[in-house]
Design a protein around this ligand. Structure first.
Ligand SMILES: *[C@@H]1O[C@H](CO)[C@@H](O)[C@H](O)[C@H]1NC(C)=O
Ligand SMILES: *[C@@H]1O[C@H](CO)[C@@H](O)[C@H](O)[C@H]1NC(C)=O
Ligand SMILES: *[C@@H]1O[C@H](CO)[C@@H](O)[C@H](O)[C@H]1NC(C)=O
Length: 480
């Protein structure tokens, strides 16, 4: 989801205030995974951990049904690839609202707060693809909600990446919408405001740190260690506040002073990059959740904030174009196990979250490189193949399996992850005779060789193909 954030040049002092439950905290629940958890198990996971708000990226019927009559507040998403038709044809928007919103209300008992139109549609990396369709889609969806008689309580919103604004001065007070989309952002913000809908923005201190080796590390967290920076008398001790307030100033600049702002995504990944690990994620969330509980807000917006953590579980099919960390944003692992201690109430209690219950696993077996394997010339091609279809991001630099320390371990990791992804089909553990199935768990040195769960859903198309030397897809994550 996320890409980049601004503000590079600050440092920190700390404010760790203990207070009551942070009521405004929700969680993003993405579905780009090869083996989705059963939605009923995932909903139980939310409830067991007291999570009362979720943001979804689509309107999957099974997921929505499992959320009915739970009291959980839901944001339902429309993917970017549907914006164009939704914007062009009001009837399409109307049908979408009927089938995916109105249908779940009333006696079906789904609590819907927002319709999320698109996801970060104006990211610079999309090169303008959704510039023409987003605003028309937003208007059509809101109109359909209004006509269905629910527009007063269900609002259409657009979640933006923080790259829709910047600051010429580098300080929050210089905030302005990006020059190339200023006019469009102004129209959208005024439209939202006139419908009493919030501005939704995704803010990622992790990316500020990850993308700039000179970024002062303490400024990414909330627990101090650096000098605060001052902007017009306001003190900033972390990049989250600075980024948020830059948006506040960008809105002020177009005459909007009091619009509600929701943070649609904020979080810290645990694998796939140097500063992406459980210790840093815990540090980030500890400080962030205490801050939320304090209801301190930011210097420009004191008071409670509404935020959605990114994300519920790891998603092994997410694009890694932005970085290998993209598949490791979960508060929970692929199978719903908590990764580190955290306390949603912000009281700093050092306890693990409650894990998913009733998860069904495949057999306790793994696919590894045969110790006696000959013909090692075939290894690189077979690893490339496995890693082009399955998730080898823990093996790369900065990953939790990068220190296996031997190429045999690397090969076994790649073979196993592919084998698991293919539901342990015996034909998926051959690799031209290099591989074998074992019941001895090869996990070691902090590197987990997973056993996949029994998928609750249709598999995202991966296409089963028996590994053959000729088929080497060019995603060269692995090189021996
Ligand atoms: C409702 O949402 C689902 C899932 O996102 C989508 O496949 C379907 O086409 C939508 N229905 C309508 C009528 O657009
Ligand atoms: C958006 O509209 C402009 C002006 O009509 C046009 O030049 C551009 O090609 C359109 N872009 C897309 C992605 O459709
Ligand atoms: C294992 O693979 C990773 C990723 O390509 C690489 O950085 C590492 O050096 C490899 N280790 C060995 C011992 O080959």
């Amino acid at each position: 989801m996320p890409r980049r954030s601004i503000f590079l040049c600050f440092s920190t002092i700390s404010v760790a205030i203990l207070a009551a439950t942070a009521a405004g905290i929700g969680v993003n629940w993405g579905s780009q995974t090869s083996h989705p958890l059963n939605p009923n198990i995932a909903v139980k996971l939310l409830k067991d951990n007291g999570i009362s708000k979720v943001k979804l990226f689509d309107a999957d019927p099974w997921t929505l049904s499992s959320l009915t009559n739970t009291g959980i507040d839901v944001m339902i998403g429309i993917p970017n690839d549907q914006l164009s038709t939704m914007g062009k044809d009001y009837d399409i928007a109307k049908n979408w609202v009927e089938e995916n919103i109105t249908h779940y209300l009333h006696d079906r008992g789904l609590k819907i707060s927002y319709v999320v139109v698109g996801n970060e549609p104006f990211l610079t990396s999309y090169e303008g693809e959704f510039l023409n369709s987003t605003f028309p889609a937003l208007k059509n969806i809101q109109k359909a909600l209004d006509e269905a008689g629910v527009g007063d309580r269900i609002k259409a919103v657009v979640p933006h990446n923080a790259d829709v604004y910047d600051s010429a001065s580098g300080a929050p007070s210089g905030g302005a919408f990006r020059a190339d989309i200023r006019n469009l952002m102004t129209q959208i913000a005024l439209f939202l405001k006139s419908h009493d809908a919030p501005f939704v923005v995704n803010i990622y201190p992790f990316l500020s740190l990850n993308e700039n080796s000179h970024f002062p590390i303490n400024f990414a967290f909330f627990d101090g260690g650096g000098k605060p920076i001052t902007d017009g008398g306001r003190q900033y001790t972390n990049v989250f506040d600075a980024n948020f307030d830059t948006l506040v100033f960008a809105l002020k600049r177009i005459g909007i002073n009091d619009m509600k702002i929701i943070v649609g995504e904020v979080g810290w990944p645990t694998d796939g990059a140097k500063s992406a690990d459980a210790a840093n994620a815990k540090r980030f969330y500890d400080g962030f959740l205490k801050r939320m509980a304090s209801n301190k807000g930011t210097p420009m917006r004191p008071g409670p904030l509404e935020v959605y953590l990114f994300s519920l579980i790891d998603e092994n099919m997410k694009s890694i174009v932005p970085g290998n960390f993209e598949r490791h944003w979960g508060l929970f692992t692929y199978d719903g196990k908590p990764k580190f201690a955290m306390d949603f109430s912000g009281k700093g209690k050092d306890a693990m979250l409650v894990g998913a219950k009733g998860v069904e696993y495949q057999q306790s077996q793994w696919c590894v490189l045969k110790p006696e394997a000959k013909n090692l010339g075939l290894l690189a091609g077979n690893m490339d193949y496995a890693c082009s279809l399955a998730d080898c991001t823990p093996l790369a630099y900065g990953g939790s399996c990068n220190h296996l320390g031997d190429w045999m371990g690397n090969a076994s990791y790649a073979f196993n992850i592919y084998f698991q992804m293919q539901d342990q089909d015996v034909r998926a553990c051959d690799f031209q005779g290099l591989a074998m199935i074992t019941t001895k768990n090869p996990s070691r040195n902090g590197c987990l060789f997973p056993v996949e769960i029994v998928s609750a859903g249709k598999r995202t198309a991966v296409g089963f193909v028996v590994a053959a030397a000729a088929v080497v897809v060019a995603v060269s994550l692995m090189r021996l």
